[in-house]
Design a protein around this ligand. Structure first.
Ligand SMILES: [Mg+2]
Length: 349
C-alpha cells in the first residue's frame, strides 16, 4: 500500500499539571494510505516533534509503499539516517517512534492482525501488570501484585526514613511475594544508593530505577554488584539500538526499560530486545502496559511485566486512546483487534 499523507499533531490535553511529565509531551501521528487504511501512532517530543514529522519525515514518506514489516524497517532506517544531523537521540527519535508505530498500526489493519501477530508468535497474551504511582493503598485494593513508588532525594537525611517507611508500607499492603520497586528519577547518587540498599535490604526490593543519569552508564554498572540482589533498572531516556549498544558495552543495567513511544517504536524496540536478551538483560519497557509496549511484550523476549500508571483514586485523566486494555486483578490482555486495537479520541484533537 502507498502512503498518501503523514501528519502529526499535539493533542489538547485537559488534565495536565504544570509538569511536562504528566502527559510526557506525547504526540499523535496519522498515516493515511491509498487503500483507505489509516494507521495511528503515539510519539514523544511535543510540538518540536510535530514539526519534525510534518516538516521533514512526511516529505520523505509521501508516495512511498510498504507491505511488510521489512518495508517498515527500511523506511525507519531511511528516516533515522535523514535525521542524523539533528537526531540520533531525543526529540527526533521520539518523532520517529510515532511514525513507526503508525506504520505498524496501518500494516496490522491492512492484514487484519494485531501488531503482536505481525511481530511474531504471541507467547504472552496475558501480561502481569505493575502499578506505578504514589497511591499505594489503592493499587493494592485494585489487585496488583507489583508496585513501583516514586522517591526523590532532596538532600536531607530524612529521605532515608521516608524511603524505609514507604517500602515498609508497600510490603505490608502487598504481601511478601509482591514485587516492590523504587523509581528515583536520577535523584540518588552512588553513596545514597549504597546506603539505601543497606537500609532497604529487609524489604527485598525488586529494583531501583534511574538512580543516576543515563550519561553515567559506568556509574550505573558499578552499582549493580553493590545493591544485589536488588536490580539496577534504567533506559527510559535511552534511544534506539545504537544507544542501547552503549548500555551493552558498559553493562549499565540489569533491567532495560526502553520507552516504545520514544526509543524508535516497535522497529527499534525489537532490535533492543534482541540485544538485551542476548546479553542476559531483562527487558521491561517503560509504560509497557500501554498498547504500544504491550504488543511488543506479548510477542517478544521481554519480561512478563507491564507498567501501568493508574494515577490516583478519583483523579481525572485524559483518555486519548479509546479501547485500551485495563488491568484486571493485576493482569493485562491484548485484544484481538487489528493494529494496536485502539481508537483515537477525536474530541482531544
Ligand atoms: Mg522511570
Amino acid at each position: 500500500m502507498k502512503i498518501r499523507s503523514v501528519s502529526a499533531l499535539y493533542p489538547r490535553y485537559r488534565n495536565v499539571v504544570k509538569s511536562w511529565r504528566t502527559n510526557l509531551w506525547q504526540i499523535v501521528v496519522r498515516v493515511e494510505t491509498d487503500t483507505g487504511v489509516t494507521g495511528y501512532g503515539y510519539g514523544g517530543g511535543g510540538r518540536a516533534a510535530v514539526e519534525v514529522v510534518n516538516g521533514h519525515f512526511a516529505e520523505i514518506l509521501n508516495g512511498r509503499s510498504f507491505d511488510s514489516t521489512g518495508d517498515i524497517e527500511s523506511l525507519w532506517d531511511e528516516l533515522y539516517e535523514a535525521s542524523i544531523p539533528y537526531g540520533r537521540k531525543g526529540v527526533a527519535i521520539m518523532a520517529l517512534s510515532g511514525v513507526d508505530l503508525a506504520l505498524w498500526d496501518a500494516l496490522g489493519k491492512a492484514e487484519r492482525k494485531p501488531v503482536a501477530e505481525l511481530i511474531g508468535r504471541v507467547t504472552k497474551p496475558r501480561v502481569r501488570a505493575y502499578a506505578t504511582g504514589a497511591d499505594t493503598e489503592w493499587y493494592a485494593e485494585l489487585g496488583f501484585s507489583a508496585h513501583k513508588m516514586p522517591h526523590r532525594w532532596t538532600g536531607s537525611p530524612e529521605d532515608y526514613d521516608s524511603a524505609v517507611a514507604a517500602a515498609k508500607r508497600a510490603r505490608e499492603l502487598f504481601g511478601p511475594s509482591a514485587e516492590i520497586m523504587f523509581d528515583v528519577y536520577m535523584s540518588w547518587d552512588a553513596d545514597v544508593t549504597t546506603e539505601m540498599s543497606k537500609r532497604l535490604s529487609e524489604f527485598n526490593m525488586h529494583w531501583f530505577e534511574d538512580v543516576l543519569t543515563p550519561d553515567e552508564l559506568e556509574g550505573n554498572a558499578a552499582l549493580r554488584p553493590v545493591v544485589k540482589p536488588t536490580l539496577i533498572a534504567g533506559g527510559e531516556h535511552e534511544f534506539t539500538h545504537v544507544g542501547f549498544a552503549d548500555v551493552t558495552r558498559t553493562g549499565a543495567y540489569d533491567v532495560w526499560q526502553p520507552d516504545i513511544t520514544w526509543c524508535g517504536g516497535i522497529t527499534a524496540g525489537l532490535r533492543i530486545v534482541k540485544t538485551g536478551v542476548e546479553h542476559g538483560a531483562q527487558v521491561v519497557p517503560h509504560r509497557g502496559g500501554e498498547v504500544w509496549g504491550l504488543h511488543l511484550i506479548a510477542a517478544s523476549g521481554c519480561e512478563d511485566f507491564g507498567e501501568v500508571l493508574p494515577g490516583a483514586r478519583n483523579g481525572d485523566r485524559d483518555e486519548l486512546w479509546l479501547g485500551e486494555p485495563q488491568a484486571r486483578d493485576g493482569f493485562l490482555e491484548i485484544s484481538d483487534e487489528s493494529g494496536f486495537g485502539v481508537r483515537l479520541n477525536e474530541s482531544m484533537l
